[in-house]
Design a binder for this molecule. Structure first.
Ligand SMILES: NC(=O)c1ccc[n+]([C@@H]2O[C@H](COP(=O)([O-])OP(=O)(O)OC[C@H]3O[C@@H](n4cnc5c(N)ncnc54)[C@H](OP(=O)(O)O)[C@@H]3O)[C@@H](O)[C@H]2O)c1
Length: 245
């Protein structure tokens, strides 16, 4: 996809991968980015820095009326990037596991699905519209210490495969992104090697330019993906071994 002069919506634009994406897209000469957040004040700086090209959009992806209002406001959209997500950092058997799983499914799966459903008709009408869903490499193999989150991201992976097939005949491309650990609010306090949000955003923009269907944006995600291609059971066992005693 040639991003020049395109109109893009990024969810979860107030920090982390979302904010880095807004900046990378502006650098790629898109015409306009709708920076979607639950509180528009959270993107005031971005809007000010890129006046006229970054537009604040209030959006809670779990709220049907908010999603419908966004689809109504962004009728000129070419590319939807579903980046918003939550991670309760709970295992499936933890006391808070059920609560965490429900919230993650509500935001990561149902919220993303609601956005895809709301925007698909207008993206289809654009001729070469596209949807990018930010999944996770741990949506492809469960990391038990984040077990509930992984299950929700596995659901996102399955959803993107399904809508890719459904929307292809209508001319809408669907792209999946599978980052490894990234240095954002989501991983604060977790000691491990992390990619920067800027690295991930640059890889997403490059992957879109190359026409990639699946984007593995950092060395960790590339390595795990290669392992899963070769020996998925070995990777499952390695991730299982990361559970604290
Ligand atoms: N960081 C990682 O290691 C990593 C790895 C793989 C994949 N990812 C995925 O990358 C995406 C971006 O995460 P991040 O790392 O940049 O973390 P982040 O800084 O915590 O960003 C998450 C964003 O999602 C927004 N959000 C949460 N619930 C929402 C809702 N109901 N409606 C609208 N927006 C909502 C948050 O807004 P508020 O500020 O209002 O809460 C925030 O802007 C997520 O989908 C995440 O799962 C992250």
């Amino acid at each position: 996809m040639n991003l020049k002069d395109k109109i893009v919506l990024v969810t979860g634009a107030n920090g982390g991968i979302g904010e880095a994406l807004v900046k990378a897209l502006i650098d790629k000469s898109v015409a306009k980015v709708y920076a979607a957040t639950r509180s528009t004040a959270a993107v005031a700086n971005l809007v000010q820095q890129h006046e006229g090209r970054v537009v604040a959009l209030r959006l809670d992806i779990t709220d049907a009326s908010s999603v419908a209002a966004a689809a109504e406001q962004c009728r000129d959209l070419d590319l939807l990037i579903n980046n918003a997500g939550v991670n309760g950092c709970e295992s499936l058997m933890a006391p808070a596991g059920m609560e965490s799983a429900r919230e993650e499914m509500e935001v990561n799966f149902f919220g993303t699905l609601a956005m895809c459903r709301a925007f698909a008709p207008l993206l289809a009408s654009r001729g070469d519209g596209a949807i990018v869903n930010v999944c996770s490499i741990i949506g492809l193999v469960n990391l038990p210490i984040n077990g509930t989150y992984c299950a929700s991201k596995a659901a996102v992976h399955s959803l993107l495969q399904g809508i890719r097939a459904e929307l292809a005949p209508r001319g809408v491309r669907v792209v999946g992104v599978y980052p490894g650990p990234v240095d954002t609010r989501m991983t604060v306090g977790q000691e491990m090697s992390k990619a920067t949000p800027e690295q991930v955003a640059a890889a997403i923009v490059a992957g879109l330019g190359n026409g990639d269907e699946d984007i593995f944006p950092d060395p960790m995600s590339l390595g795990v993906h290669a392992g899963l291609q070769k020996d998925p059971k070995r990777v499952e066992k390695e991730f299982a071994a990361m559970i604290p005693a």
